[in-house]
Design a protein around this ligand. Structure first.
Ligand code: TXA
Ligand code: MG
Length: 339
């Protein structure tokens, strides 16, 4: 067992990370959404190391990260008009577009699909690393498969120590949930995974927005899904989470009735649990705060050894839909809906 090196994001550290990436190694890289496990997207053996480090099923494709529009051209066979408009409006930023892949993208990277997800991150360090490498970087979220996505370099180290040579520390990820993943169908945009770029944002491009049913419904392991990542159990802390979809009053009444000595409330705010006498973990009052904090708080539940957790239900609109989508998976789709 070796120790993974924690690099800062100064010039010398970036040069060291780029050297590792050019040598076909895997490096933990900060982005504005969550940390990624990056490797040369065009190098099969480097990409295989990502799957190994994460313990990721081979049929779950990786997102390919670029730093400018020149870089996308050789990677795909066609860019629809709608995709150009999305790029203009939302890149660099937390949006991934599924496009028909060119042969240059190895099958390992695309999980055997004939499409590839492309994203241009806005995080300064991520952009610099990709630019200095001169090749696109494949990067899934830098967690072990099945655990919450990492929003700090420490989260990455907890999961990846001894599995990858280095991590670049770029601070707390600003957005906190992974990118919005979309595909294009005729004149429509289909949201496969909701993120910080919301359905409402995308409706500036077209009114024709489809939210895939996998976003809020459970998909069976055997079914063919448009975004393979949606079928895996995800983001799960060890605790058993139940989402309480209700008003604050009904939430409080439910906790008062069902609380046990060691249960934990995942609330928006400390005051949500006033007078209930239960341990509380708060994940914020706005959609954006909740997106920023959710994964960190899910990891905190493990740190405090939470077993049974009752969570207040986020908004199901705007950025809230991204929070709801992640929390649903953390809760293995257990929701109690109250009047
Ligand atoms: O914000 C993000 O997207 C982060 C950072 C590191 O960029 N990356 C990330 O990657 O979340 P990952 O691998 O954890 O999630 C990628 C998701 C998966 O659900 C995967 O199935 C889906 O995107 N995906 C990737 N390529 C696809 C494709 N060609 N067709 C459909 N879905 C695809
Ligand atoms: Mg992931």
């Amino acid at each position: 067992m070796f120790d993974t090196k924690m690099l800062s994001s100064d010039e010398g550290s970036i040069i060291e990370a780029v050297r590792l990436l050019k040598n076909g190694e895997v490096v933990g890289i900060p982005t504005e959404t969550v940390y990624g496990l990056g490797a040369n997207a065009l190098d099969e053996s480097a990409v295989r190391k990502i799957f190994k480090a994460k313990g990721r099923p081979a049929d779950n494709p990786l997102i390919v990260h670029i730093c400018d529009m020149e870089m996308i051209k050789p990677l795909v066979t066609h860019i629809p008009e709608l995709a150009y408009r999305c790029a203009e409006n939302f890149w660099a930023g937390p949006l991934t577009m599924i496009l028909p892949k060119a042969d240059i993208i190895p099958d390992v990277t695309s999980g055997g699909l004939d499409t590839v997800g492309i994203r241009m991150p806005s995080h300064k360090t991520a952009k610099e690393v990709i630019k200095k490498c001169g090749f696109p970087i494949a990067a899934p979220s830098a967690n072990l498969s099945g655990s919450p996505s990492p929003t700090t370099a420490e989260h990455v180290l907890n999961d990846m120590n001894g599995r990858i040579p280095a991590i670049i520390n770029g601070g707390f990820s600003a957005v906190g949930v992974e990118s919005t993943v979309i595909s294009f169908e005729n004149d429509a945009i289909r949201i496969l995974r909701p993120g910080f770029i919301s359905a409402e944002d995308l409706s500036e491009i077209t009114q024709n927005i489809i939210i895939d049913k996998g976003v809020v419904e459970k998909v069976s392991n055997r079914s063919v899904v448009r975004s393979p990542g949606m079928k895996y159990k995800h983001y799960a802390p060890k605790a058993d989470i139940t989402i309480i979809d209700s008003s604050l009053e009904a939430f409080k009444a439910y906790i008062a009735k069902h609380k046990t000595q060691d249960c934990v409330c995942m609330a928006f705010d400390e005051s949500d649990c006033d007078g209930l006498g239960v341990k509380t973990v708060c994940y914020g009052n706005t959609d954006e705060q909740q997106a920023h904090l959710l994964f960190d708080k899910l990891r905190e539940l493990d740190v405090i050894g939470a077993k049974k957790v009752y969570a207040r239900c986020p908004n199901k609109k705007g950025v809230g839909l991204a929070v709801y989508n992640r929390l649903l998976r953390a809760a293995a789709f257990q929701v109690v809906t109250l009047e």
